[in-house]
Design a protein around this ligand. Sequence first.
Ligand code: HEM
Length: 289
Amino acid sequence: MNEQNRLAMGRTTARPVPAEERLLRWTGRFFYFAALAGLGVFGTYIVLRATGATFRNFEQWHELVAGLSMPTASIWIANLGIGLHFVMGTILVLAWPILLSSKIRARHRAVHRWTGRVYVTAGLLAGIGGMSFILTHGAYLRAASVAFGIWGTVLMLSAVMAYVHARAKRFDLHRAWAIRLFAMVLGSWVFDLEFRAWKDLTGGIGISESETPGVFDYALLYLFFVPNLLVAEFFIRNKHKRIALPRKLKWPMVAAFAAAGLVFAYAILAVSATHSGKYGKHLLQLVAN
Ligand code: HEM
């Protein structure tokens, strides 16, 4: 059989894609575009809040921004470290679509390579900045310092390994570490989404208003990055496999993804586009003025 016949046969015997598979694909696309929009808003919020365009700058570098005296080296390190981490964090949440684009990877290799170098450096510096704040000042809870320390270590390790494997042309390993890096970057945003979704949907069970943190306050310290890492591992390990779900599991799976998508969309909107939202209250005020 010649090439043309084979192609023609391939066309006529193409299997129609079942409805549940199509729905799963659409849900995947929905997650991608929701993350694109939501992370875009998150990056914009960091830039505008950190440059003083909104009504209140970040508390963590108050001394530096307000020009107050900083008598000790640790205050200097904490302020400069967290400032560096704000700048690098912004790059991390805004530049990822360039790196994930398969078109840019295939057609504009230099763009992918240079964005990759900038991204990896930003990952390392965001981690170093965050760590220097933790070590000299501490996060809002001792438990948060520990969790953010672990998260930052995984993030920095992923950035370094993604770079090392790219240089050595081990592209499967490069891809795996790049996926882990992105999963960790997502954590910085997912933290705010999970907090808001849980607060609204459960009425705030386990969230404490007092000095003593509640069960959910502690759980969130790991929920914002460990599940992302597990999902990333699943993707990495099943890259070339076509996962065939048992028939009776297909529709429940579609329903579970759709429900997760709804909660995700709700959280993004509540955080970004309402006056009570962590980003929304800063951004909407600018739009109204
Ligand atoms: C991945 C990109 C990152 C982004 C976009 C980001 C963004 C932010 C933002 C916006 C805040 C201020 C939160 C607020 O007060 O409302 C913050 C605080 C903080 N971040 Fe990050 N961050 C990133 C990565 C990291 C990493 C890797 C570490 C750890 C090494 C880290 C450690 C911290 C710490 C310790 C604080 C202060 C928390 C506190 O006040 O208790 N961040 N980050």
